[in-house]
Design a binder for this molecule. Sequence first.
Ligand code: LRH
Ligand code: MN
Ligand code: MN
Length: 388
Amino acid sequence: MPDRNTVKAALTEQRIETPSWAYGNSGTRFKTFAQEGIPRDPFEKLDDAAQVHRFTGAAPSVALHIPWDRVDDYSALGEHARSLGLRLGAINPNTFQEEEYRLGSICNPDPAVRAKALAHLLECVDIMDTTGSDALSLWFADGLNYPGQDCIAERQQRLSEALRATYGRLGEHQRMLLEYKFFEPAFYATDVPDWGTSYAHCADLGERAQVLVDTGHHAPGTNIEFIVAFLLGRGRLGGFHFNSRFYADDDLMVGAADPFQLFRIMHEIVRAGALQDSANVAFMLDQCHNLEPKIPALIRSVLNVQEATAKALLVDGDALARAQRDGDVLGSNAVLMDAYNTDVRPLLAEVREDAGIAPDPIAAYHRSGYAEKIIASRKDGTPAGWGA
Ligand code: LRH
Ligand code: MN
Ligand code: MN
């Protein structure tokens, strides 16, 4: 059986990055229901992120999306993060919300649009230099709605060129994560639709280009843990955008729709020794809290990842290896299920108490009065939201 103290130590060290955009208002294409107390700028988003970290002890970094988080002075933003005990994490360029990108960004048939998109990617590396962020997190909405709309093969060429130019601009300590998504906003063909396409481009570029797995970006029924295991084996798993989905890219709280899938993914991570910081796998959330309050939803999400991780750490590796070697189909499955069916909440409560954190972070957040405070103090100004 895994040693209890080793499991606790691994849980104490686990870090989960929250996305700046999850703190702002968000909605569907039908309606955004505004909430009260929403941050009005990136500085206030960090203030809220600090609460998630304060009550979980596990979320010390925040991913930025540019231009949603554009500020005049990124060192001041980094300084604000540091003063809150946080740091700025992955930088996400945004090449999908400007008029010019109607037919794509770096895959666009018009060289002038491609140049504009590339300039933005390079600008985001400049921002990384200032913030000290080590990951450029790329997702492209590029794709086609109709057969024949553009040449699929030529678009791959254009994609390669822009990725190569961006990769060449990265510093030694910086890396590029390439996220895939099988559809949306394009409905017929997407230029980076799957992990294979992302992997091939990363392999062309070099070691510091890695695949980013957003758990909501697959066709229903896709075995995501297989993808994770494969990429880990090749040193190409750069990180995750965790969230849950019932139908498409739902961006619901991770572990809400299918906690068993999250456990299976974390089992592959633990098996490969990729939980440690040195493995350089970024565990990030990419979620939208359209109905529920943002801060407790993000706390809940961190707890869900921790619970799946704790269960994965409790898998009896020796018993599993023995059963697998013996060809014991039911026995090996039972080892996994035993771990999955363990109630790990008391163990995690202990980990938190050892770290001087309240054992029930959501209750502690509600008791803190922070929600009431931001509702009262953020009455004026424009709340941040997708696109703002
Ligand atoms: C695309 C995506 C990508 C974007 C984020 C806002 O669906 O997952 O990571 O940057 O949503
Ligand atoms: Mn994502
Ligand atoms: Mn997404």
